[in-house]
Write a protein that binds this ligand. Structure first.
Ligand code: AMP
Length: 303
């Protein structure tokens, strides 16, 4: 249950971070009351939507949101609507105590943690569907996934009335789909996309990395190695889409524990070829990993 909001006269940017525990909010009505109270005092609200099991990738979004807004809300909701029937909803990693501790230390204002029953009462039938950019790649590989994402994100925007919302480049197509939705539906939320945070060996941080065995964890570096090879080829002048795809595939196909779902080079707005954004979805053992990189930029790190 939310405690009553307080309204310091100074903004976050002019004060030290508030280390008191964030308010925990469980319903859209309470979330909206809290946010409207802030906004009535001229404060801006930043939202970071997550499914919890927070890691440094999530926290980079939180940090950016804290730097750019007077008030920051982090939502934690493992959204059943975006998981397919044979996906990992029931075993999705959860770490509520650690999440709360990380968010308290970050100095955010509220954790919005609605239940599935609150979000999707039995009589709710509305879904938000984005066409075009939501259709290829992840959209084709995971039918219904983006419809689940856009429906929940629209509800989060509606409950928080956020000025800005923060998403990771790690899920590049998701960010593009959300941007399309916010623009098409005049939602008035600024979509901010933050760079992918990686392990030292290049693996993009993901809650799903926790599923990997030690051998699979080693094999999972094939994604970042493929993106690095693609960036090198592009910077050496290669522009032929088929040859760029072949560079990605050569690295991925050489990894015995990996099975490629797709490896394409697409336009970052439409997610259709041709373009310069290399996008990968690869199964390593039972775990499906995604990653991407703009080939016009050098791949980060040394390896
Ligand atoms: P999730 O909890 O997986 O739904 O992710 C919540 C947000 O964190 C999404 O906008 C993701 O794109 C973002 N995110 C996840 N992993 C990373 C990462 N390694 N670097 C940056 N952002 C990330």
């Amino acid at each position: 249950m939310a405690t009553g909001p307080s309204f310091p006269s100074q903004t976050r940017s002019s004060t030290a971070p508030d280390r008191s525990s964030p308010v925990s909010v469980a319903t859209p009505a309470l979330m909206r009351d809290l946010s409207r109270g802030w906004r009535a005092h001229g404060q801006t609200v930043g939202l970071v939507p997550t499914m919890g099991a927070l890691h440094a990738g999530h926290m980079s979004l939180v940090e950016r949101a804290c730097a750019e807004n007077d008030r920051v809300v982090v939502s934690i909701f493992v959204n059943p609507l975006q998981f397919g029937p044979h996906e990992d909803l029931s075993r999705y990693p959860r770490s509520p105590e650690r999440d709360a501790e990380l968010l308290r230390a970050a100095g955010i204002d509220a954790i919005y943690k609605p239940s599935a029953a609150t979000m999707y009462p039995p009589d709710a039938t509305t879904r938000v569907v984005v066409h075009g950019v939501a259709e290829p790649l992840e959209g084709a590989a995971r039918p219904g996934h983006f419809e689940g994402v856009t429906t929940v994100v629209a509800k989060l925007f509606s409950a928080t009335e956020a000025d800005r919302a923060y998403f990771g480049q790690k899920d590049a197509q998701q960010a593009a789909v959300v941007r399309r939705m916010a623009s098409d539906l005049d939602m008035g939320v600024e979509i901010v996309v933050c760079p992918t945070v990686r392990e030292p060996d290049g693996l993009a941080l993901s809650s799903r990395n926790a599923y990997l065995s030690p051998d699979e964890r080693r094999a999972a570096t094939c994604l970042s190695r493929a993106l690095r090879a693609g960036a090198r080829a592009y910077q050496a002048g290669e522009r032929d889409p088929a040859r760029l795809r072949a560079v990605l595939r050569e690295v991925l196909d050489a990894e015995p524990l990996a099975r490629v779902d797709y490896a394409e080079v697409v336009d970052p707005a439409t997610f259709k070829a041709p373009g310069a954004l290399a996008v990968l979805a690869v199964r390593v053992g039972q775990t499906r990993l995604i990653d991407n990189h703009d080939l016009e930029l050098p791949f980060p790190g040394q390896i």
